[in-house]
Design a protein around this ligand. Structure first.
Ligand code: HEM
Length: 165
């Protein structure tokens, strides 16, 4: 139960800057990038890619399992750069906006929430990110629901998350 509550509360945080996705808060003095550094982000990103590829299609849909190896490589590069930029590191992101890169994928809110709790949160924990940093450092940006937020821009199928335009 405790894990369930934690998992539900826990996501990324801090300002995200990919494409049209806008940050909700200013950059804090201690960013997640300054704490976990390049190597930490690379390790978390690698775990996310591995877990996403292995996630059941009944839970995340078929968008990951149908990617070609070249598309997986591109996702790894672009997601890694996106996360580093979003959490206070250098801006080397060369991908599309979150909205356009997910527009055709028909992702539902349930799939999004599964991805966060089962893929992202587990990847953070497995790589030594503290519960406090998961909740307070990595969370709000991916749970936030408002125009231009990551969640609103990613979920394009089924019932719209409450709070999304
Ligand atoms: C925190 C939530 C998420 C973030 C921050 C995120 C971020 C990204 C980024 C940065 C890219 C690369 C865009 C590009 O190459 O131009 C991407 C691509 C992709 N995302 Fe997400 N994503 C999220 C959630 C999801 C979810 C929930 C799914 C599926 C259930 C998903 C499926 C994909 C797929 C399949 C691609 C590759 C698209 C392609 O190459 O055609 N994403 N995502």
């Amino acid at each position: 139960m405790r894990f369930l509550i934690l998992s539900t509360l826990v996501l990324f945080a801090v300002g995200c800057g990919g494409g049209t996705t806008t940050p909700d808060a200013g950059t804090p003095a201690v960013t997640m990038y300054s704490k976990y550094k390049e190597a930490g982000f690379v390790a978390v990103n690698n775990s996310i890619i591995t877990k996403a590829a292995a996630a059941p299609t009944a839970s995340v849909g078929t968008s990951f399992s149908t990617l070609t190896p070249a598309q997986v490589d591109k996702l790894k590069t672009n997601l890694g750069a996106f996360l580093i930029k979003a959490y206070g590191g250098p801006d080397n992101y060369k991908g599309a906006s979150i909205k356009s890169s997910h527009a055709a994928l028909a992702i539902t809110e349930a799939q999004y929430d599964y991805f966060i709790t089962e893929v992202v949160v587990k990847s953070l924990k497995e790589n030594g990110v503290t519960d406090d940093d998961i909740t307070n450092g990595f969370a709000p940006a991916v749970t936030e629901k408002k125009a231009g937020s990551i969640k609103c821009d990613t979920v394009t199928s089924g019932t719209k998350p409450t709070g999304c335009p």
